[in-house]
Write a protein that binds this ligand. Sequence first.
Ligand code: ARG
Length: 650
Amino acid sequence: MLVALREIAPEAEVAPLAEMVTTAQDARFGDYQANCAMPLGKLLKRPPRDVAAELVAKLDTQGMCHPAEIAGPGFINLKLNDAWLTAQLQAAVADPRLTVTPVEQPRTYVIDYSAPNVAKPMHVGHIRSTVIGDALYRVLKFIGHRVISDNHLGDWGTQFGMIIYGYKHFRDESAYQDKPVDELSRLYRLVHRIIAYYEGRDELPILETKVAAAKEACEKLDRVASDKLDKDALKKLDKDKKRAQDNAASVAGEWNALQSKLAAEEADAAFIDLARKHATIQTAVLTETAKLHAGDAENHRLWQEFMPPCLSAIEEVYRRLGVTFDVTLGESFYHPRLAEVVDDLAKRGLARESDGALCVFLEKFAAPMIVRKKDGAFLYATTDLATIRYRMQTWQPDAILYVVDHRQSFHFEQLFALAQIWDCAGVELRHISFGTVLGKDGKPYKTRSGDTVGLTGLLDEAVSRARKIVDDAEKGAPRGQELNHEARAHIAEVVGISAIKYADLTHDRNSDYEFSYDKMLAMYGNTATYMQYAYARVRSIFRRGEIDVDALRQSGAKLVLVEPAERALARQLLRLEEALEQTVADYRPNMLTAYLFDLADAYSTFFEQCPVLKADSPTTRDSRLLLCDLTARTIRQGLELLGIPVVEQM
Ligand code: ARG
């Protein structure tokens, strides 16, 4: 289609028009449909049916399709040629890549994902970055690109100042000896709580002023004499009043919430006592961080002492999630390079001093990007600049993807704008943004006590629920209990963790989604459990029929597509490559989960309508077994590209 379009459409329109080829809405009309003749007709001021006819005449499907048909105002319907379908599938039987061809022009990608802050316990939010990043890494690599995964750990920021302060003032030595990570995370939370308390107290009068101003604005509008106004002005006045009232209600709500939060803290006498004794904690924490950065011996020693246990806790989470990285270069790695970066920016006239700080002013943005504070401290942005430069020098990437939550959009917009005029002209810099994981109440997912939910606890809970499902299924198993304790524990771990990962991947990454164990572990719907079950069910056919799959693949058995359900399954099996292309087009793993779900669906229909082991003839049986085998392999491959393992029996 692309080639045919190039001959008649203006160059700039070719790509968007070619994208208008989609899978057919109605299988009776074909497998694919091209809707591009209508807009192209409009563009060329020609009847769309004529344009469609010309496209069809120029179309060379290389034997893939039957002659195209034109319908209605100019829809082009394409039906895959069965001989081609069969030949492709036959090739897939013998091909470990399931006929997915590597891209012609491999690019080099660096993917920045996971990147938790080491001093804080990992929480539910880290799932998204880790899992989406890992899936993109796997898919890009599989389709033939060179990909480097880089875990940009937050191992150098204020959080370390916080735990150093906590360690020096609040440490419970025996708890620290016993379980260092738990104690450090308690210290982190305590320091965080005191700081939040003081920040809240500072915020309260500011909110009070806002409340008063908002009230005042309402009253002023109420005083406007409306009898002298014409209809339009009255309408506008009503609108303004409404807006002012909404604003007043919203700031009053904020004030109320803060007020009751502070009251709750003040009711905790022990906490308040501690907070009073540490009234200067905010600046003290900054000082501890600054000392660490300046090479203070004591703080540096503490940092070195804290890192290994914190890292091994994170490693343990990655091990369970099945995620690995090519490199892990945290913020601390870039510390020695920051001064040079800032000097370079200044030398090239990209940064200049303002109020004692060194800033980059970019036309598009109202606020400058600060790269060195008045007190000489560097910032998150400075580290990111040094990181980009290092990545450019080390790997010469064509693209750098940052899988980071949507709240950092502005940071990345500024960073990329600057990077483009600094070191990375022509490099694709992309913020792969994602939404928030929500609780049942529609607010960010929290524990009942209001804490963020720790990742380890989350994984444990999913595994224990999966275990219950496995045990229940075993109780009802027709042939009695088949699986021993170890096998069940293994299945529960795989199923539980996969459920969390897959649930995350099925959602469009830009949307928020509700975290629900029940939904993610459901047997029906687009869940990991359903997909893994679909896989195990296909595999069980081979066990039941005592069929040697390898022998079958090598036997030269032929595929014959007779029933519509066979044909529909065959067509879906061959769409893997297309699904992978769609996945990387805008970096959306949910395109792949959607494909797998459709595949499982096509398989279900096939399985209902076409007996396999009890097929009429050995030829049909072998052909159907080959379809089963391809289904199992495609599901396994697809899930593997999402970082989800399968089990042979469930
Ligand atoms: N550590 C950061 C955070 O938790 C995320 C880092 C993302 N990567 C980057 N290059 N800025 O917010």
